[in-house]
Design a binder for this molecule. Structure first.
Ligand code: BES
Ligand code: MN
Ligand code: ZN
Length: 481
């Protein structure tokens, strides 16, 4: 989706579709001399949240998509209505639409938030992943949205539009990577996609191959990767938009391009969804793409731990003990708890860049889905300020997380008789104990972990990547600028 700003009198617009609330629609109809027709067409319209009505006109505005409940809606109602408007708009045979909701006041929210919310809704509704269909006809034609601004809010809307285009590009990348099948999207494919980001001038992309990782002592990463014929990759992207020498913010993504469980093999039902086990990587790449597009004045370090978790004659056995890059040893009791193994070495590597904060993102545990479902990502942090910044970013960007505990009480479940720690806790609090494992590798830095097992993709009829938490990460990074 391409977003632009349009200003000036609404009644002088030329558009196949104007999307607005009832009050504004009435005013326009009156100004255009279409009052009678409009009143007749909207006679039975219930001006309530969740309702919408399409009224055809004869002039330069071909139709109006009228949204119900746009008189002082709450933020939640406005967000729901934005999604409804986007879903209705893409059903229409139009290539372009104008959204005009400057008149709508939302308590506690400004014009930039309203515009951002509308654009994110359009980006989600318009997304399609069609290129593996033998006849890849697009499902809709809508490709351009003009955000109408008044003189009073045009500055805010222009900023929002710039960020809306950047977020759209980031969401698209994250979803495409997530949806791509695992026979295509393997660690080398992720590296190739990262290299594309490196085409921008102030972006440097590098990688560690398996030989290099072995030299660096990344025994935990290698324990996961060694069972696969696809070589693992540690991908490193350095974006320098900020002051030279300023410590970067680091994003670290779990990039298991397929998770069979390894020798601790997963059961067959739903195993195809483990192609989404690289959605952490996809989201940090998506957020990085958005940052580059928006040219944010920050320094950003992005690390993707890309590997495939397969059973084979070379695969790790339950009971194997490996040494991590940090020097700490791990007894691998379950080869299906592989995300934390690739991440611990990626986190240790991130530390060598002296970041001011590290945020890792991972489809880490089924237990997180049990705890929070798909509505919130699980947030863990060893620093309250960082946690609060991420919570606020998620709240603002309609991409929420919920903070979970990292108390020492949980750490003992990782005890091992034979190594410094085991890679699994017990049956209880699986998402927490996974986070506890990671916390042992980032003791001296501000660190947060997002468990996105529930939020990163949909199952069932809507099966597909959600693009989350790109909106949260991008919002957080905008605040760092
Ligand atoms: N990738 C899975 C977690 C997952 C499950 C993500 C379902 C999305 C949907 C992860 O690698 C895994 O297998 N975790 C195990 C950990 C357990 C062995 C301690 C799990 O959650 O069962
Ligand atoms: Mn697993
Ligand atoms: Zn996994």
């Amino acid at each position: 989706m391409k977003y632009t700003t349009v200003t000036g009198n609404l009644q002088q617009l030329r558009t196949p579709c104007l999307i607005t609330g009832l009050k504004t629609a009435k005013r326009i109809a009156r100004a255009l001399g279409d009052q009678k027709h409009f009143n007749r067409s909207s006679k039975d319209f219930d001006d309530a949240p969740g309702k919408s009505l399409c009224v055809h006109l004869d002039g330069a505005i071909a139709r109006m998509l009228v949204l119900g409940g746009m008189d002082n809606p709450s933020a939640a109602v406005f967000t729901k209505t934005a999604n409804l408007a986007a879903q209705e708009a893409i059903k229409l045979p139009i290539g372009q639409a104008v959204i005009a909701l400057s008149d709508t006041r939302v308590k506690g929210k400004n014009s930039q938030w309203k515009a951002s919310t509308l654009m994110q809704a359009c980006s989600h509704a318009a997304y399609q992943f069609r290129h593996h269909k033998s006849k890849p006809k697009p499902l809709h034609q809508l490709t351009r949205i003009k955000m109408h601004a008044t003189d009073a809010d045009s500055k805010a809307v222009r900023v929002a539009v710039k960020m809306g285009n950047a977020l759209d590009a980031g969401l698209q990348l994250a979803k495409d990577l997530g949806n791509e099948p695992p026979n295509i999207c393997n660690p080398n494919y992720l590296l190739a996609q990262a290299r594309k980001l490196g085409r921008a001038g102030n972006v440097k992309v590098s990688q560690l191959d398996e030989k290099k990782m072995t030299e660096l002592g990344m025994g935990a990463f290698m324990a996961v990767s060694q069972g696969s014929d696809e070589p693992g990759r540690m991908i490193i992207i350095q974006y320098s938009g900020g002051k030279k020498g300023d410590a970067p913010v680091a994003l670290v993504g779990k990039g298991i391009t397929f998770d069979t469980g390894g020798i601790s093999l997963k059961p067959p039902p739903g195993m195809d969804e483990m192609k989404f086990d690289m959605c952490g990587a996809a989201s940090v790449l998506g957020a990085t793409k958005a940052v580059i597009e928006a040219a944010l004045p920050i320094n950003l370090l992005t690390i993707v731990a890309a590997a495939e978790n397969m059973p084979s004659g070379r695969a790790t056995r339950p009971g194997d003990i490996v040494q991590t890059c940090s020097g700490k040893t791990v007894e691998i009791l379950n080869t299906d708890a592989e995300g934390r193994l690739v991440l611990c070495d990626a986190l240790t590597h991130a530390l060598t860049f002296k970041p001011k904060a590290i945020v890792d993102v991972a489809t880490l545990t089924g237990a997180c889905i049990v705890a929070l479902g798909s509505h919130a990502s699980g947030l863990y942090a060893n620093n309250d300020e960082l946690a609060n910044e991420l919570l606020a970013a998620g709240e603002n960007a309609n991409d929420r997380s919920w903070r979970m505990p990292l108390w020492d009480d949980y750490q003992t479940s990782l005890n091992s008789n034979f190594a410094d720690m085991a890679n699994i806790g017990g049956r209880e609090a699986g998402s927490v104990t996974a986070a506890c494992f990671l916390s042992r590798f980032v003791e001296d830095v501000s660190w947060a972990h997002l468990d996105i097992a529930g939020s990163a993709f949909h199952g069932g009829a809507r099966k597909g990547a959600s693009g989350r938490p790109v909106p949260m990460l991008f919002d957080y990074l905008q605040r760092q600028a």
